[in-house]
Design a binder for this molecule. Structure first.
Ligand SMILES: [Zn+2]
Length: 470
């Protein structure tokens, strides 16, 4: 009688590579063995028993876990370069009427370009926070899910929402907000349709009312109840600007973190975008409750919002991940570059020991995985975890002048990845997308922009580069 045969899984072996696993010591010249979609082994020197495997020579490269993007608005690819000199509130008020014209075609093109761009900077898992659902414009969530499937990145869309229009004291015009019941029904449907909680999932859904100044208290609390009944995570924008602080004090008699606490919105299943303006007590509340933060330094700089207290949050045990935020507030920002931006912001404020290159790498990987509730699957290179990894060529003719590969990656401009694997599948090789045509993805983004500007123009809305041009 013969033994039942287990189906053979493709084996990839990467050798001669500097490995920065994020957890555990670095390996200056080692190997990584991948079986199917998982990391099977890693260690120093050449890989043992690699006959029959696909062998990749990682000479001159640094291997890191794939980067995790924990805050984004993919649709904003179609509205980059607008309201260039605006504060957050001015920028939002200028752009809401433009976004009101978007449809599924705009979202599909924007998401294709946006996710392709992220993969090209080493991102293997991306969240997205889509919160504008104008009536009768097609299935916007389905459009971005389709784009993510085509590009091949792990995708965590938050079904966002706004129900607090201008007429009810909110910031957005009424034309871009939804009724609370519609939101809850659509959000539950999104979870049912797409959320896959399994290990190695490519698609998980979160629940994401947009912000305290665009979502009512009832929408916040009912969204939290819905998310918790379905076992999915919660995401929103908090403490991004001082304007928001003032708005919350005026409208709710509480600053943003206190207000979120009152609404039951602190907990290990919650991660907030920005958290720039936090008091010591606010940081204590995030730490004690296990609430995570998505730090988006380029966007905060672009909008003049401020610098988040990242090194203090880390010191006090708050989990911090990185996010590029929407492309319209951080044009063409590569996720890898946010490591550098985060490091420079903290050092500019607190001195050169405020954040190390390796801490910045951890924010972009394990910190992100924790924000998305996936630290057991993603965020570090360890046997049993998913084979989401990036090879960075850090020993090119110029880069070779920096002897520490992690310093080269974080301190310098990150080079285009030599290889991006997601679940063992090649998504980027030689600095080019391999799952879809890179040119087509880029053109889809440009076409989405043209279409959005045209659709907005048909409604008499001008997409202005500067708020004062209006
Ligand atoms: Zn945002």
């Amino acid at each position: 009688m013969s033994e039942p045969r287990t189906p053979s899984r493709p084996v990839i072996v990467i050798e001669n590579v500097h490995i920065a696993p994020v957890t555990g010591p670095e390996i200056p010249s080692g190997h990584i063995r991948i079986e199917g979609d998982r990391i099977a082994a890693l260690g120093a020197g050449p890989a043992p028993g690699a006959q029959g495997a696909t062998r990749i020579d990682g000479s001159g490269c640094l291997a890191t876990p794939g980067l995790v993007n924990t805050h984004h608005h993919l649709y904003q690819w179609a509205s980059q370069g607008l309201a260039q000199d605006a504060t957050l509130f001015e920028w939002l008020v200028s752009l809401y009427p433009v976004w009101a014209a978007m449809d599924a075609e705009v979202v599909k093109g924007a998401a294709s370009a946006g996710l392709g761009w992220l993969a090209l900077s080493g991102c293997t898992t991306s969240s997205d926070h889509h919160y504008v659902f104008p009536k009768g414009r097609g299935d916007l969530l389905a459009a971005e899910v389709e784009a993510a499937r085509e590009i091949g990145v792990r995708f965590h869309p938050a079904r966002g929402s706004m129900d607090l229009g201008e007429s009810k004291g909110g910031l957005p015009p009424d034309v871009v907000v939804e009724e609370l019941d519609e939101v809850l029904t659509a959000t539950a449907e999104a979870v049912d349709a797409y959320h896959d909680p399994s290990f190695s999932s490519m698609l998980r859904v979160a629940v994401g009312p947009c912000s305290p100044f665009s979502a009512s208290a009832r929408l916040m609390t009912e969204s939290a109840a819905l998310a918790r009944s379905r076992g999915v995570r919660l995401h929103t924008h908090i403490a991004e600007t001082l304007d928001e602080d003032e708005h919350c004090l005026e409208q709710f008699g509480a600053r943003p973190v206190d207000y979120m606490e009152q609404l039951g919105w602190l907990g290990p299943d919650v991660w907030f975008a920005h958290t720039v303006h936090l008091s010591d007590a606010d940081i204590g509340k995030l730490a004690a409750s296990g609430t995570g933060s998505a730090h988006c330094p380029s966007s905060n700089g672009r909008l003049g919002a401020g610098i988040a207290r990242v090194s203090e949050m880390l010191r006090r045990g708050v989990n911090v991940g990185l996010g590029v935020d929407g492309s319209a507030s951080s044009e063409l920002t590569p996720l890898a570059g946010e490591m550098r931006q985060a490091l420079l912001f903290q050092r500019a404020r607190h001195g050169p020991q405020a954040l190390t290159a390796r801490q910045a790498l951890e924010l972009a990987t394990l910190g992100g995985a924790r924000n998305l509730g996936r630290a057991d699957e993603l965020g570090s290179l360890e046997p049993g975890k998913l084979a989401d990894l990036v090879l960075w060529p850090v020993a090119g003719p110029f880069a070779a002048a920096v002897p520490d590969p992690v310093c080269a990656l974080v301190f310098g401009p990150a080079p285009p990845p030599a290889l991006v694997l997601i679940g063992g599948r090649t998504v980027v090789a030689g600095g080019e997308l391999r799952t879809v045509s890179q040119d087509a993805a880029g053109r889809a983004g440009a076409a989405a922009r043209e279409r959005l500007v045209r659709l907005a123009g048909e409604r008499g809305v001008r997409a202005a580069r500067h708020v004062q041009d209006k």
